[in-house]
Design a protein around this ligand. Sequence first.
Ligand SMILES: Cc1cc2nc3c(=O)[nH]c(=O)nc-3n(C[C@H](O)[C@H](O)[C@H](O)COP(=O)(O)OP(=O)(O)OC[C@H]3O[C@@H](n4cnc5c(N)ncnc54)[C@H](O)[C@@H]3O)c2cc1C
Length: 272
Amino acid sequence: MSSGQAPPNVGKMTYRVNLTPDLAIIQMQPADGSAVPDFKAGQFVALGLNLDRNGDKITYRAYSLSSPPKEKRHFEFYIKWSTEPVMGKLTSALFNMGQGDLLYWRKPAGAFTIEDKKADGTPENRRLVLVASGTGLAPFISYILHLKNTGSKREIVLLHGAKYARELGYRDMLEKIAASDPNFKYLPTVSRPDHQLSQGWHGNTGRVETLLGSQLEKILGEKITPANSFFHICGYQGTINSVVAILIPLGFVTNRNKRKDGSFDIKIETYG
Ligand SMILES: Cc1cc2nc3c(=O)[nH]c(=O)nc-3n(C[C@H](O)[C@H](O)[C@H](O)COP(=O)(O)OP(=O)(O)OC[C@H]3O[C@@H](n4cnc5c(N)ncnc54)[C@H](O)[C@@H]3O)c2cc1C
């Protein structure tokens, strides 16, 4: 290690389950047995590996935490193996690892968190509409569990788009919450319904942005406006662009282009 630098944090993978060969839920705990540090729902942790056999350079990549802040035993992640157009560096190594293997991690960071106050300081009570493509779901799992853990009554609508039904991670849990909590609605959709990995799927089809509009309004019983809804969008750049293009004409404003008074109605996190 070069002088003057704190040694990197070491973590131990304690759990890995694959939904498909290239999509996994992974848990990691600090290798020294300490509790995970405090963080806010929606933050990420940079995971690192030494991919350079002859050197000490650690390659880090950011991964959103899917576990809620209250979970102190481990961090949980929802990770896709990047294989196109070339094999991803970190994920190719990560998908060859299993329980007990060690990896480096940096403390949680990031501002893709739940807004609880408006720009004018008054409480932010608008309905949360969470739009995710692929593993962009991860921070929203943390949000949903956190809001449940803290007894929040804020209305949440989760829209999740995946290529295949098997890639609808956390589906059982989300369906159970939706069945028991009138404040939570879950709308999954699959863009490749005819594929083998979507066998048995009878739900929505198409990209996640197609759920916005009449389908969402039918479920909510009202039109979506900046006065009643606050959006979070996470995942591929294409999804973000499409969702923003639908919302801007409705008067919504993103955190990247706030109004003069500092207010905004859409928060964005891009993975790619
Ligand atoms: C804030 C944040 C949170 C994130 N959270 C998650 C998460 O929860 N889950 C998740 O799965 N991912 C998440 N990501 C993405 C993650 O950080 C990595 O980018 C991803 O896992 C790929 O890393 P990699 O090292 O395997 O791929 P890399 O080697 O970095 O490659 C990245 C992409 O570029 C392509 N590429 C590489 N080299 C070339 C080349 N020479 N020519 C053309 N294409 C090339 C690869 O095929 C791949 O698609 C997040 C990113 C950010 C910024």
